[in-house]
Design a protein around this ligand. Structure first.
Ligand code: NAD
Ligand code: UDP
Length: 314
């Protein structure tokens, strides 16, 4: 049991990560306020929580201020998949920057502890591998991913400035590619794309030659890491990497998914999107030392659970 009856705000709470976080916080007896504008999230993700006495849903857009009385804030509001965050890049930048300002202002006023869902994208196309928290990154400031990457970087800056200037109690986690049930079937991310393609008999679209790598963390492991970070001693603000360090090429992932689904789909190759990072793998030693955290679910098992979920929803 991590908490006892705290009032906890989860922005982006109807999204993929946010809905799993709400599940954990509600099941542990907290009073949970889920805030979302339903851009990429859906009521379906939190339907089972509606009607519970310790769960409340607020439709609100984080680019506008809001005043609430809470003890803790998890700031997750922001589309995470490239197709979604590039659809309206100005809005993505606003959500990251103005959302951070509004939530940090709220945290300052009500003295709430606040955790930012930052991203491995702040490392850009990394020239160091694996990525440690003290690596400053290699980010294009004017490309199609910049609204998200630079938005997340600016949010980190704001978090640390509010911490230094106003003594706001902050936590920053840098999340690496996470997957699992409740991913949006059309979000364009590699795991959801490949599973949907495999289950519906379409060709699996590998971008580039498929030799680019990613490291995939199963949702339950990630949520555990976020909860531990919120409970960490106050002298540890982060940033801390949360992800699974097992690294796979995208071609490996396609082949695994074909095997697990038993699909006869073919693999086809499509152009690599601009600024697509070639390699990504977290160094998670800091999370191990400070949070006693490491992921428990390997890709094979996590994919099997995710495939079962998509079989039900498709
Ligand atoms: P998601 O798109 O499923 O969830 C984001 C949620 O935020 C959605 O419910 C969406 O409707 C809501 N939202 C977006 N803009 C909003 C706004 N202006 N006001 C209010 N709500 C808004 O994505 P996710 O995968 O659950 O990601 C959650 C957070 O974690 C994001 O901040 C993302 O950047 C971060 N993150 C995720 C991953 C990953 O692999 N999933 C990796 C790194 C970082
Ligand atoms: N990718 C792919 N086929 C797809 C979707 C994605 O080959 O249908 C590739 C993409 O180019 C990238 C990797 O898979 O190299 C991970 O993409 P995703 O969008 O899931 O996450 P991110 O690029 O943000 O890590």
């Amino acid at each position: 049991m991590y908490y006892s009856q705290k009032r906890i705000l989860v922005t982006g709470g109807a999204g993929f990560l946010g809905s799993h976080l709400c599940d954990r916080l509600v099941s542990e007896g907290n009073d949970v306020l889920c805030l979302d504008n339903f851009y990429t999230g859906s009521k379906q993700n939190i339907r089972h929580l509606l009607g519970k006495p310790n769960f409340e849903l607020i439709r609100h857009d984080l680019v506008h201020p809001i005043f609430l009385e809470v003890d803790e804030i998890y700031n997750l509001a922001c589309p995470a998949a490239p197709v979604h965050y590039q659809y309206n890049p100005v809005k993505t930048a606003k959500t990251n920057v103005m959302g951070a300002i509004h939530m940090l202002g709220l945290a300052k006023r009500v003295r709430a502890k606040i955790l930012q869902a930052s991203s491995s994208e702040i490392y850009g196309n990394p020239t160091e591998h694996p990525q440690k928290e003290n690596y400053w990154g290699n980010v294009n400031s004017i490309g199609p991913r910049s609204c998200y990457d630079e938005g997340k970087r600016c949010a980190e800056t704001l978090f640390f400035d509010y911490h230094r200037q106003n003594r706001v109690n902050i936590r920053v986690v840098r999340i690496f590619n996470t997957y699992g049930p409740r991913m949006h079937p059309n979000d364009g991310r590699v795991i959801s794309n490949f599973i949907v393609q495999a289950l519906t008999g379409q060709d699996l679209t590998v971008f580039g030659d498929g030799n680019q790598t990613r490291s995939f963390c199963y949702i339950d492991d990630l949520i555990e890491g976020m909860l531990r970070m919120m409970c960490a001693p106050d002298d540890f603000a982060g940033p801390v990497n949360l992800g699974n360090p097992d690294e796979f090429t995208i071609l490996d992932v396609a082949q695994k998914i074909l095997r697990i689904t038993g699909s006869h789909s073919k693999i086809i190759f499509r152009p690599l999107p601009e600024d697509d990072p070639m390699h990504r793998r977290p160094d998670i030693r800091l999370a191990g030392e400070r949070l006693g955290w490491e992921p428990k679910t390997d890709l094979e098992h996590g994919l099997a659970k995710t495939v079962e979920y998509f079989k039900k929803v498709l």
